[in-house]
Write a protein that binds this ligand. Structure first.
Ligand code: SF4
Length: 496
């Protein structure tokens, strides 16, 4: 069985000699950097839980390639049960860490490239899928963490990739050689990018036939010459440099430690190229990736929201409002919003259907509905948490105040609510709520896996309004007792 321990994961990162910049400075060892370490701790949990017998079925799966038990984060979805177990894994990890655990992007990238390379080969007679299978076997055997790199900077949004003043605004091939290609450009918002072993590069949009240079999918080791990681900022990130209660979530990061990844003329050998110029399949790949990833949000945010709801409920106890019927109703509303998105995610997986390659795709209408609801429900859950926790999460003095005996006594005295609860406990929970509803966290819920409008475009295409009109006509005119269109089931599209 090839499952890394958390320690092996950390040591394997230490062995990588990546070019990384954090807060403007080149960092030789990201593992030891206080702004990056919390994100590494979060991913380490994905490795740790896979070794616990009670989570074996959720955290691991049997590889359809090797027959070996591998980490579920390297597994190709074979059945609806696989898709559901993935969501259970995400909710478990969300509950355990209270934040984003990053590996899902690489997992969905693996699955998207697996499915798309199969379809390209079937139609074009290429050998991308066989190359990819070799790559996948290695990823599974080594239990690697992958960063899925899809979002291009995009430059002028009114122009296509080939129309940009700066052609590097979308990752592209700038040189073709007998043994491979050279790529240039950047990918933004790469979750876990800086603490991954490999970067899986994918097109970020559908392409026209004259945009072949942008139709590139490949895998690049993180320490390849020309790959540069520029770590992003997060709300209150420098609190990670402090000790004490102001950190909020003391062991883990805020969201996924997103990074810009620059490809400054990076050579990619042929065996790591899985699409090279087949423009007609760029949209297929984007669509597969986005559909799987959108379903995830009902589970990972579900786990995060479980922690936030718990923190809010504890806050109500400390305030002495927990028996108030209005407060209880608002807590129930938070649960309702959370379970609604989780239920949709489970539904999208239970209704999964096979792709041509044999792997299993979630129901796309439900998956997009999950993510659409997350862009609202997660904000609403945060709003209710702020409502119940009170304004003090925005006005609390800092932890240093509590170290000054001249004033600490006043802060503690006047932040004590119910006397049986220590003021410090209330402050800790307040800081956690502040952290878990920060701008970074909410914006990630809005734009991760695509902005709300991206989901609505897909939903518009799948909505089948003509079929719904036909149903209405049958009912209203009484022409048929049993609708011929009963149990409509949306099917994966190849164009977003
Ligand atoms: Fe996974 Fe959720 Fe983070 Fe995406 S946002 S990588 S689905 S934990």
């Amino acid at each position: 069985m090839s499952l890394k321990t958390p320690e092996e994961y950390v040591e394997s990162l230490r062995a990588l000699k990546i070019r990384a910049y954090v807060a403007g400075e080149r960092v030789d060892s990201i593992v030891d950097h206080p702004l990056v370490a919390p994100h590494i701790n979060t991913v380490a949990k994905t490795y740790e839980l896979a070794h616990l017998p009670e989570y074996r079925e959720v955290m691991t799966a049997v590889s359809h390639l090797s027959g070996e038990r591998v980490h579920r984060y390297t597994h190709i979805f074979q059945t609806p049960d696989d898709l559901i177990k993935k969501l259970q894994m995400l909710r478990l990890l969300g509950q355990t860490t209270g934040t984003c655990f990053q590996r899902c992007v690489g997992l969905d990238a693996l699955n998207a490239v697996y499915a798309t390379s199969f379809e390209i080969d079937a139609a074009e007679g290429t050998d991308y899928h066989q190359r990819f299978l070799d790559y996948l076997r290695w990823v599974q055997a080594e239990d690697l963490m992958l960063a899925g790199a899809m979002t291009d900077p995009k430059g002028d949004r009114s122009k296509r990739p080939s129309e940009q003043t700066d052609p590097d605004q979308f990752v592209r091939v700038v040189d073709r050689r007998v043994d491979g290609v050279v790529i240039r450009g950047a990918k933004l918002h790469n979750t876990g990018g800086i603490n991954s072993h490999e970067v899986v590069v994918m097109p970020g949009t559908g392409l026209r036939p004259d945009e072949a240079d942008y139709a590139i999918a490949c895998a690049v080791p993180a320490d390849t010459e020309g790959v540069i990681f520029i770590f992003g900022r997060q709300s209150n990130d420098t609190r990670k440099l402090e000790d004490g209660c102001d950190i909020g979530n003391p062991r883990f990061g805020v969201v996924g430690g997103e990074a810009m990844v620059v490809f400054d003329d990076v050579f990619v050998p042929n065996e790591r190229i899985f699409m090279n110029g087949e423009t007609g399949y760029a949209a297929t790949l984007v669509n597969y990736f986005a559909t799987w990833h959108r379903a995830n949000y009902g589970a990972c945010k579900g786990g995060n929201a479980d922690v936030l709801i718990g923190a809010t409920a504890k806050m109500a106890k400390m305030l002495g409002t927990d028996r108030n019927s209005i407060v209880r109703d608002k807590l129930v509303e938070m649960v309702h919003l959370n379970e609604t998105t989780y239920a949709s995610a489970i539904g999208s997986s239970a209704m999964g259907s096979p792709l041509p390659c044999g792997s299993c795709m979630v129901d796309p209408m439900m998956a997009n509905t999950v993510k659409q609801n997350i862009t609202r429900n997660f904000y609403q859950i945060g709003r209710l948490s702020h409502d119940l926790a009170g304004g003090f999460i925005a006005t609390l003095p800092d932890a240093k105040t509590l170290e000054n005996p001249e004033i600490a006594k006043y802060v503690e005295k006047y932040h004590t609510a119910k006397p049986e609860y220590d003021a410090m406990e209330r402050i800790r929970f307040g800081r956690y709520i502040e952290n878990a509803t920060s701008v970074t966290t909410l914006v990630e819920a809005m734009h991760g896996a695509g902005s709300p409008q991206a989901q609505r475009i897909v939903m518009t295409g799948l909505a089948n309004f003509d079929d719904k009109i036909a149903l209405a006509e049958q009912v209203i005119h009484g022409v048929d007792d049993v609708p011929t269109l009963a149990l409509p089931k949306s099917t994966p599209r190849t164009q977003p």
